[in-house]
Design a protein around this ligand. Structure first.
Ligand code: UDP
Length: 239
């Protein structure tokens, strides 16, 4: 970190895995509640927050395809998994008194709103947290790409990518104790060196939209909220 970023509107990408806590599968309610509490704290600082939630804690299209399923069908299952997670996070936020809307890229109007860009913008202007579910709505994509897409559509000042570690390292910090964290990287560094921040289509889109990506730890308590308090640890990816 260092310099205090002053973002007015941000998109937070939370992977499905981050919602598992220490479990092997599914959702850990304590973890979901902690993340919701951090989102609430950031909203109360006057920041407009929207979320994209992954589904990897429940189902990934790739694993379905590996077991012989048609990839597109398996990906739809993965997208449905993100809707389950989104409803869980919505519930946790609303219990904390944060008004929240889920918008799904795959319309399922009994359960949540369909994705309507202008309506999502309006919700955010009113201080509501918007959770974008079902990824991009298309198979063969990921929720990382959905995050870059929605951040672009919403005109976000930053895309915050919550991971297990507090940034991008020269090597895997869990395996290699000499690994050091990058303070800054360019989109092209990430692409050329295949640094695994997000998939290449997400990086390309963020680059085109000129939206900085902050990679930080979502497993660490206050990892998200501290970014807005000026004491966050992260790697920032810009042009
Ligand atoms: N998915 C998809 N299109 C999208 C977003 C997601 O097909 O635009 C599917 C894909 O099968 C993916 C699954 O949904 O494996 C869960 O999303 P992801 O793997 O991105 O979740 P995360 O790793 O963030 O938990």
């Amino acid at each position: 970190g260092g310099a205090e970023p002053s973002f007015k509107r941000v998109l937070l990408k939370v992977s499905g895995e981050a919602l598992m806590g220490d479990r092997e599968y599914g959702l850990d309610s304590t973890t979901v509640e902690r993340i919701a509490a951090e989102v609430k704290a950031v909203v109360e600082m006057g920041v407009e927050v929207c979320l994209v939630i992954g589904g990897g804690n429940i189902f990934r299209g790739i694993s379905g395809a590996a077991n012989g399923m048609e990839r597109a069908s398996a990906d739809y299952m993965g997208m449905l998994a993100t809707v389950i997670n989104s409803l869980a996070v919505q519930n946790a936020l609303e219990r904390l008194g944060v008004s929240t809307r889920v918008q799904s890229a795959i319309p399922m109007t009994t359960v949540c709103e369909p994705y309507i860009r202008r309506r999502a913008v309006r919700h955010m202007e009113k201080g509501r947290v918007v959770i974008f579910a079902a990824g991009t709505g298309n198979p063969f994509f990921t929720t990382d790409t959905a995050a870059a897409l929605r951040a672009s559509e919403m005109g976000c000042d930053a895309l915050l990518k919550g991971t297990k570690v507090d940034g991008v390292y020269t090597a895997d910090p869990i395996k290699d104790p000499t690994a050091t964290r990058y303070e800054k990287l360019t989109y092209l560094d990430v692409l050329a060196r295949d640094l695994g921040v997000m998939d290449a289509s997400a990086i390309s889109l963020a680059r085109e939209s000129d939206i900085p990506i902050l990679v930080f730890s979502i497993t660490e308590p206050n990892g998200f909220a501290n970014i807005f308090r000026g004491s966050g640890r992260y790697t920032i990816v810009t042009n």
